[in-house]
Write a protein that binds this ligand. Structure first.
Ligand code: UGA
Length: 433
């Protein structure tokens, strides 16, 4: 099947490569020449495990190519729109500029019976509006939200846990086209839900809102644990054994960041307000507030640990990405904490296995080093802010001779307190004694 993918960011590049690997003939399109050149050379413009190998193999097979020219999308039966929908600078709402531009650019390329499949996360109501623009060409519009996680993007795309198609009622042709695209996943009994546009759009934002709520719930419990001496990690284990609750996404710590959860809950609230149902989502304001409070709490803890004032203190920051196995620092809690401490006068030395360059681009004022050992040298406190496996496995005994003061702050509740204490470190964490 011939497929085009408009927008080659975290979502589009992975989708294009995976679809080609599954046997389709794919053209990936993006307005960013540098990104296209990088992808065409078989390199991933961002860190995503498995993607470089997939790009090399798919390009080598002749089934995957890239272009900045939208005309190259002509002849594809399904055109996936996977451009970004970031938060607007001056409000909580999503910026739909790139989606609107992508659809407008596609119009001259579309033939009757082509399917435009939206993948971007959009405010409910967007698909119906775009369908009215697309349909005069004879093409149809479907909304096919994406649930991939960064760090597991290849696996999530090749073997998704569900497929959701939002189509016009009775639009069997779009359903058949998407079924052909996802034939491999469907053959493995992947659940498939065919629904209307509004439901498909809402599935995506409500899934992210639920995940964000789950994380903020446990972080709220961490706040209570801090006031009572309880241990939020044991609490999460204990409630997580209840299958109705489940242990996943109950890791208390610095909270959620990234290019999706934070902006999606804000965009959802903004849309609910436009729809006159803002009360239904006021709880998401709390979810956001709890999440952001964790970052302040980490700064407070660091201040306490170094004796009440961070100014002039050497603070090592381990981890900058919004989560491990990613170089993404969009709305990263770790980078945010590092910047806040530097603003308070701390001498921050930060490192991350993959996210130093992306952090430097955003925050050139911080000092970056390439190894944990260099970061902790002479430190008055060590902050573990992203739970990369190499940081979880650090040997506290080996670090004691490097630091100035053996103090560790575990921002992700991922270390064994007994081990660090036995090595002579003071151990502090969020929601854990
Ligand atoms: C999220 C969703 O999980 C995906 O299903 C969705 O497709 C994607 O957004 C999207 O909308 O594109 P992602 O942003 O890659 O995926 O990251 P998550 O794995 O959801 O993690 C988000 C944040 O929550 C990270 O900062 C992570 O450290 C934090 N988190 C996660 C916690 O603080 N505690 C947890 O227990 C789990």
């Amino acid at each position: 099947m011939r497929i085009s993918v408009i927008g080659c960011g975290y979502l589009g590049a992975v989708h294009a490569a995976c679809m080609a690997e599954l046997g389709h003939e794919v053209i990936g399109i993006d307005v960013d020449q540098h990104k296209i050149d990088t992808l065409a050379a078989g390199r991933a413009p961002f860190f995503e495990p498995g993607l470089p190998e997939l790009l090399t193999s798919a390009i080598g097979s002749g089934r995957l190519s890239f272009s900045t020219d939208i005309a190259a999308a002509a002849g594809a039966a399904v055109h996936f729109v996977a451009v970004g929908t970031p938060q607007l600078g001056d409000s909580n709402a999503a910026d739909l500029r790139y989606v609107n531009e992508a659809i407008a650019a596609l119009l001259p390329v579309l033939r009757p019976d082509d399917v435009v499949a939206g993948k971007s996360t959009v405010p409910v109501g967007t698909a119906a509006r775009l369908a009215a623009i697309v349909e005069p060409t004879g093409a149809t519009l479907a909304w096919n939200p994406e649930f991939l996680r960064e760090g597991f993007a290849v696996q999530d795309t090749v073997a998704p846990d569900r497929l959701v198609y939002g189509v016009r009622p009775g639009d069997e042709a779009s359903v058949a086209a998407l079924d052909a695209v996802y034939a491999a996943a469907l053959a493995n009994d992947t659940p498939r839900i065919v629904t209307d546009y509004a439901t498909a759009e809402l599935v995506k934002v409500s899934a992210n809102a639920f995940l964000a709520t789950k994380i903020s719930f446990i972080n709220a419990m961490a706040e209570v644990a801090e006031a009572t001496g309880a241990d939020v990690t044991q609490l999460a284990d204990a409630i997580g054994y209840d299958a109705r609750i489940g242990r996943r996404f109950l890791n208390a710590g610095l909270g959620f960041g990234g290019g999706c959860l934070p902006k999606d809950i804000r965009g959802f609230m903004a849309r609910a307000e436009e729809l006159g149902v803002d009360q239904a989502l006021t709880f998401l304001r709390e979810v956001d507030a709890i999440n952001l409070r964790r970052r302040d709490r980490m700064v407070e803890l660091a201040t306490e640990v170094v004796g009440g004032d961070v100014a002039g203190k050497r603070i090592a920051v381990l981890g900058l990405a919004f989560k491990p196995d990613s170089d993404d620092v969009r709305d990263s809690p770790a980078l945010d904490v590092a910047v806040k401490l530097a603003e308070l006068g701390a001498i921050v030395t930060a490192t991350d296995p993959e996210a130093v360059e992306t952090s430097r681009r955003l925050r050139p004022e911080l000092t970056y080093v390439s190894t944990a050992e260099d970061a902790v040298a002479g430190a008055d406190a060590v902050l573990l802010l992203t739970e990369w496996s190499q940081y979880r496995e650090l040997d506290p005994v080996a670090l004691t001779s490097l630091v100035s003061v053996p103090a560790i702050l575990d921002g992700r509740n991922c270390l064994d307190p007994a081990l660090w204490r036995a090595a002579g470190f003071s151990y502090r964490a969020l929601g854990r004694p």
